[in-house]
Design a protein around this ligand. Structure first.
Ligand code: 5GP
Ligand code: ZN
Length: 137
């Protein structure tokens, strides 16, 4: 448990939350400041800042709960944004892994992922090859 972490305090019961489900390593609950009706967060019980900081077992448990909750959340509007801000510079405000499940509809104000970025990035063939070599496993 991280002492100053809001989500650790929800897990310990020090901060109230509308908890929807619990598994061995994860919980889901309603977001207190929802972007849409039915905005749900799914988090690991252990304090981990980034997805890759979780063990494979914690990761599998988290995304299994995401899978379960998606069928519920998706029934609200018929489509769902699933998002993780993996690190502070990616827009992560609470430094404890959380998967957002946000009901989406065609007439909401959010767009496609490219609308988040003011970018006209193009990469040369050699830059693409360098990236490929860097990321390939
Ligand atoms: P982030 O900006 O880190 O991706 O998302 C953090 C999320 O946590 C936000 O959607 C915010 O509304 C939610 N949140 C912040 N504080 C609380 C809280 O005390 N309780 C609950 N249930 N959600 C919170
Ligand atoms: Zn935490």
């Amino acid at each position: 448990m991280a002492i100053d972490c809001i989500f650790c305090k929800i897990i310990s019961g020090d901060i109230p939350a509308k908890i929807l489900s619990e598994t061995t390593h994860s919980i889901s609950f309603l977001d207190a400041f929802p972007l849409a009706k039915g905005h749900v967060l799914v988090i690991p019980k252990n304090h981990r800042q980034k997805i890759q900081d979780m063990s494979k077992e914690e990761n599998a448990d988290l995304f299994s709960l995401v899978h379960t909750m998606l069928s519920k959340v998706d029934s609200i509007a018929g489509a769902t944004l699933m998002a993780v801000h993996n690190g502070k510079d990616a827009g992560q405000e609470v430094p404890h892994v959380h998967v957002h499940l946000v009901p989406r509809s065609a007439d909401d104000s959010a767009g496609a992922i490219h609308s988040m970025f003011d970018s006209d990035l193009t990469l040369s063939a050699s830059e693409l090859n360098e990236l490929y070599d860097e990321l390939k496993i």
